[in-house]
Design a binder for this molecule. Structure first.
Ligand code: HEM
Length: 221
């Protein structure tokens, strides 16, 4: 497969993950409520999709794996082309500026992978109804996911872990978003700057939106 094709797949999978992260934040905004009802109702609704949710989850795992595999391949290609790395990083300006985000995509990506594994184990596969995390939704027993989240974020160590991870998410998205469009060949000279600004704003909005959830819960509950 050509490098261009690999970059294209990485860009498309990255944009799909951005779509997931946006919808994940929109759902999680219900955590800014001062009661458990809105978030548990959202989670209950999501799980009521049953096997459809399972299909979406399998698809999501496939997209994550694709992005990671092609990301590592791209890193390997760039390392073998320039094994010693540059000693001094200087932006040439123009369309391919080098900054802290662009130089550290593999590092921020690896940290995010570690975060996502920990996070999914903690919440998706964490204690459920049988462990006593139970509430009632429309007369049915439902998982009290809100209680698990509040208990987690009452611990300042978890708040610190999440705040740090969200800063890496911001760094990764800041460069990843507009660079995906460039890799996919979807930029023109006059759209690159706009995309970079939009990508920066999107990264900042997602970072702030996620980052204040643990902080809010720590102080408000
Ligand atoms: C404060 C920030 C976040 C909170 C409170 C949060 C909360 C949650 C919760 C409660 C679940 C379990 C959902 C369920 O079982 O129905 C979940 C799943 C998940 N989260 Fe997050 N999340 C946060 C940030 C993130 C970020 C930044 C990412 C990705 C970079 C992410 C990726 C995932 C993934 C992949 C799943 C599994 C989805 C599934 O299996 O349906 N989360 N999150």
């Amino acid at each position: 497969m050509t490098t261009v094709a690999k970059k294209f797949i990485m860009a498309l999978s990255g944009l799909a993950l951005v779509g997931f992260v946006i919808t994940h934040l929109l759902g999680n905004l219900t955590l800014y409520s001062h009661t458990d009802e809105p978030f548990n109702a959202y989670a209950f609704k999501l799980h009521s999709f049953g096997s459809l949710l399972l299909v979406a989850e399998v698809g999501l795992v496939a997209i994550f794996l694709t992005h990671i595999v092609y990301g590592l391949t791209a890193k390997k290609t760039s390392l073998s082309a320039r094994p010693k790395g540059y000693r001094v990083w200087r932006s040439k300006g123009g369309e391919t500026p080098s900054n802290i985000s662009s130089r550290n995509m593999a590092i921020s990506g690896s940290i995010l992978l570690a975060f996502v594994l920990l996070h999914v184990w903690q919440f998706r596969f964490g204690p459920a109804i049988e462990a006593g995390y139970v509430t009632t939704m429309h007369g049915e027993q439902a998982r009290d996911l809100h209680r698990l989240i509040v208990e987690t974020f009452k611990n300042p160590a978890w708040v610190a872990v999440y705040v740090a991870a969200m800063l890496f998410l911001g760094l990764h998205l800041r460069h990843g978003f507009w660079s995906a469009f460039q890799s996919a060949g979807l930029t023109r000279h006059n759209t690159t700057v706009k995309l970079r600004i939009f990508g920066g704003l999107l990264a900042a909005a997602l970072t702030v939106g996620f980052l204040f959830i643990p902080v809010y819960i720590y102080f408000a509950f």
